[in-house]
Ligand binder design. Structure first.
Ligand SMILES: *[C@@H]1O[C@H](CO)[C@@H](O)[C@H](O)[C@H]1NC(C)=O
Ligand SMILES: *[C@@H]1O[C@H](CO)[C@@H](O)[C@H](O)[C@H]1NC(C)=O
Length: 214
């Protein structure tokens, strides 16, 4: 049962390395996927393949992003630094010296550490506005780069509020357990944390964890 092993390995690594506690998480309502979760900002144009009371399965086409990465024990240690680098890129720290519109979500790929020091790699992404996909403007900071994610199907669980690392990890654990129970094969070595709101949005905040379908 390789798939169960993968999910179990992801969970073990997250539990051991990122320190989540498998606290009881109240179930959350799952949206139909039809409303505008990006609140007027440009965001990747996914299609909903399936919806259950536990997750939404989405297909994302190839998507272009500006990204930066860091290694740390948890996202909280490096989140601000990564965000600032990307924010500077859209605020003019780029080869054309132009302002670039903010998009949604801020998507952070986490590759939980397996090593003895348990450090994980975090790669934070802002989607490039579609107008720049053909000819992305290069960043001036060498720690910032343009990347594309391949087409992928992802299982999504969402929750509200101001998300902490623990909130993401608890929801990841719940989603991972639900998928494992359904014997669904997933990519077990990384996951995504997606946040749709800036710090000054106080209501209807949306956060998601994504696990990629195998
Ligand atoms: C959609 O979900 C249902 C219920 O879990 C499942 O039986 C079906 O195979 C799923 N379809 C796809 C395309 O994942
Ligand atoms: C960032 O990613 C590159 C390419 O994968 C890697 O070589 C580098 O070590 C990473 N930097 C950090 C700080 O994790």
């Amino acid at each position: 049962m390789a798939l169960l092993h993968h999910v179990a390995a992801l969970l073990v690594s997250v539990t051991v390395c990122l320190g989540t506690e498998r606290a009881g998480v109240p179930p959350v309502a799952i949206s139909s996927g039809s409303r505008d979760i990006c609140k007027g900002l440009e965001c990747p144009q996914f299609t909903v393949l399936n919806t259950t009371d536990k997750w939404e399965l989405r297909h994302y086409p190839l998507t272009k992003w500006v990204a930066t990465n860091a290694t740390a024990m948890n996202k909280q240690e490096v989140g601000r630094t990564m965000f600032r680098r990307l924010f500077q890129y859209i605020s003019g720290a780029n080869a054309a010296n132009v302002n670039i519109d903010m998009t949604a979500p801020v998507a952070t790929k986490a590759i939980p550490g397996q090593g003895p020091n348990c450090e994980s790699e975090f790669i934070m992404h802002f989607m490039l506005p579609f107008t720049y996909w053909q000819n992305p403007i290069l960043p001036t900071n060498p720690a910032v780069y343009i990347v594309q994610t391949p087409p992928m199907d992802v299982y999504v669980r969402h929750f509200g509020g101001f998300a902490t690392d623990d909130d993401y990890l608890e929801n990841l654990a719940t989603l991972s357990t639900d998928l494992s129970t359904a014997e669904i094969a997933v990519e077990g070595s990384f996951f995504f944390m997606a946040g749709y709101d800036g710090p000054y949005t106080f209501i209807n905040r949306r956060n998601e964890v994504w696990i990629v379908k195998q």
